[in-house]
Write a protein that binds this ligand. Structure first.
Ligand code: 5GP
Ligand code: MN
Length: 328
């Protein structure tokens, strides 16, 4: 049987081990407004690093961990801030670019002060690739945890049920529950191996799939009610901060709803615009069934991501006119 498994090389894994072995105060940081893959990557990388070296490892993700992922072992220890002087190695994971850490200025200063940087990512090439001492990168990986899983296998680290759960969660969430086209035979093989290693699928299902509050579902209802199809055949919807406050929901409650917007067969892509603060719009783009590279659109607005899933943050507001929703 031939599986299409994209490989992180043994050389990269050995280089990773060497750099981890020679540092003792490590900060692992992921992107702001964390998702399942970024939280799982932080937690599983810590497990990997601690199996190599008895380093002090601090996990950081600005904005805190969304409720849905707090069941993951150790999630309560993820900090939303840090002090620069405390580390001799920074590991960025699943970040896309330096700015998405939420601490670009501070990390740049640390690099100026000769702190080493390891970048682990599955986003297309960006500034972190140039800044890093070691770049562990595979843009064809479905999730950052898929890369970490390969490192773990190459370094022959034992996978216990907690670690398997973390790695599986990243795969599960970044593939849209194994539905996006990135769900290759290699991804399913990794998922199968992780289940065999004890990944707690029932717990994950309970926390991610069967854990929708009434306000969350009402918010999803509002998103669906507001869909407009624009002249480019994009399904677009909008939610304001006031909508969320009225319903008693928050931004975390929107996780996953953008995938529903693109289930209309005539639409070539989907976009959800969320007012996260007054005059700050977060955009989420998806294009699973078309050839449109939505990361190109996100880049126009200073964002980024993958061809099939991308995002941006924009200073402005949204307005409806005869052509549908517009970001102004
Ligand atoms: P989401 O819509 O789930 O927030 O993001 C979809 C994908 O786009 C994820 O892979 C995410 O990392 C990436 N992404 C979202 N927002 C940004 C952004 O502002 N900059 C970059 N570089 N990537 C983003
Ligand atoms: Mn990811």
């Amino acid at each position: 049987m031939c599986y299409k498994v994209k490989m992180i090389s043994l050389q990269s894994a050995i280089a990773f081990k060497e750099i981890i072995s020679s540092h003792s105060k490590v900060m692992i940081i992921s992107h702001e407004r964390p998702d399942g893959d970024s939280v799982s990557s932080l937690l599983s990388l810590r497990e990997l690093i601690c199996s190599i070296n008895s380093a002090e490892v601090t996990l950081v993700s600005s904005n805190g961990v969304p409720k849905a992922f707090r069941f993951l072992p150790g999630a309560q220890n993820i900090l939303s801030d840090f002090l620069c002087g405390d580390f001799d190695l920074v590991v960025t994971v699943d970040c896309g670019d330096l700015r998405r850490t939420g601490f670009a200025g501070r990390i740049s200063k640390m690099l100026d002060n000769k702190v080493a940087l390891v970048n682990v990512d599955h986003h297309p090439k960006n500034d972190l690739h140039k800044l890093s001492t070691l770049n562990i990168f595979d843009s064809s990986a479905a999730s950052a945890t898929e890369i970490i899983y390969q490192l773990i296998n190459k370094l022959k680290v034992q996978i216990n049920p907690n670690l398997a759960t973390m790695l599986y969660t990243g795969l599960f969430t970044d593939t849209g529950s194994f539905q996006h086209p990135v769900t290759t035979s290699g991804v399913l093989k990794a998922a199968s191996e992780l289940l065999a290693s004890g990944a707690k699928f029932k717990e994950l299902r309970q926390n991610l799939t069967y854990n929708k509050s009434l306000p969350m579902l009402k918010l999803w209802g509002l998103v669906l009610e507001r869909i407009k199809i624009n002249k480019y055949n994009f399904a677009v919807s909008v939610v304001t901060k006031e909508d969320m406050e009225k319903i008693g929901a928050n931004e975390d409650d929107l996780a996953g709803v953008v995938n529903l917007l693109e289930s209309i067969p005539e639409c070539c892509a989907a976009m959800l615009l969320v007012e996260v603060e007054p005059n700050v719009i977060r955009g989420s783009l998806r294009s699973n069934k078309s050839k449109i590279d939505v990361s190109g659109i996100a880049k126009l607005l200073d964002g980024g991501g993958h061809p099939r899933a991308a995002g941006f943050t924009y200073n402005g507001y949204v307005k409806m006119d005869k052509d549908g929703w517009k970001v102004l």
